[in-house]
Unconditional design. Structure first.
Lengths: 128, 152
């Protein structure tokens, strides 16, 4: 089984790093989508089947938090798992994110091992 | 700048360079931060929370390219995607800032970080910074990098 994955980050470099890390981690990827902010991500999610979203917090136009809020108001998107990828180190803020519906949090810089573990935690075990 | 902050900043910086760009850094004396480059990139960002401050990272332009090649895992015989050197530098600074704040102040305080901004500097502007003892110098794969933090 391969996951359709959406990567949301205003940095093209970080989107590339996440793609590369997913590959090294052996996460099975089907269709891979990219968005540079939350608004574009919502449009991608409405037009395509997405299994898992990786999102940054601080982005122009629409932040990751605003995107999650919009997703929670949408019957189709409300249960879509979102993993936040950020430099955020405050436990207080991470707890706030989890309360808002974020499934998991991974801190930059990300390692393939950490990414693999977090995907398994959120999506369940899969065949590599 | 406090010596405690200096030591932590250097360590965090070297760790992030190693983990994000797979390049190894070590502290050098500021006076050793000589460069043959004629263009440099300065990335700055600030933070607000229990403490307020800013962070600046300055690298020779060629080093910014090398960092981007390493972060993206692209062979240096290929062309870099446009803007990726600047983008890579911003991400390095952003990651250093996040790690620095947690290392210094723990994982309870909340900080708001600004988006990193970049500008090009001349050799004269680099030299001015090398003469300013608020900056710290790191050698990353034999290339000098300057970093400064100001925390209030």
């Amino acid at each position: 089984m391969a996951f359709n994955i959406l990567i949301v980050d205003d940095s093209k470099t970080i989107r590339s790093v996440i793609k590369k890390t997913l590959d090294i981690a052996g996460v099975p990827v089907g269709d891979l989508y990219e968005a540079e902010n939350g608004q574009i991500a919502l449009d991608v999610m409405k037009d395509n089947w997405v299994d898992l979203v990786f999102a940054d917090i601080n982005m122009p136009v629409m932040t990751g938090i605003e995107m999650i809020q919009k997703m929670s108001e949408d019957k189709i998107l409300e249960n879509m798992p979102v993993i936040i990828v950020s430099t955020e180190g405050s436990k207080t803020r991470i707890e706030e994110l989890l309360k808002k519906g974020v499934r998991a949090y991974i801190r930059k810089p990300i390692s393939p091992e950490a990414l693999r573990n977090i995907v398994k935690e959120v999506m369940g075990d899969y065949d590599e | 700048m406090s010596n405690d902050y200096n030591e932590t900043l250097i360590k965090v910086c070297c760790d992030v360079f190693e983990n994000l760009s797979f390049m190894f850094g070590e502290t050098i004396d500021l006076s050793e931060a000589e460069s043959d480059s004629d263009a440099f990139i300065s990335a700055t960002m600030s933070f607000k929370g229990d403490k307020t401050g800013s962070l600046e990272l300055v690298v020779p332009a060629e080093t910014a390219d090398t960092l981007a090649y390493n972060i993206l895992g692209i062979d240096e015989s290929e062309d870099l995607p446009p803007g990726s050197a600047i983008d890579a530098l911003r991400e390095l600074l952003n990651t250093i800032c996040g790690q620095l704040l947690t290392t210094l102040f723990g994982d309870q305080p909340i900080f708001d970080l600004t988006v990193p901004e970049t500008k090009t500097l001349t050799l004269d502007q680099w030299d001015e910074r090398v003469e300013n003892d608020q900056y710290l110098a790191i050698s990353v794969e034999d290339e000098p990098i300057l970093i400064k933090t100001n925390i209030e």
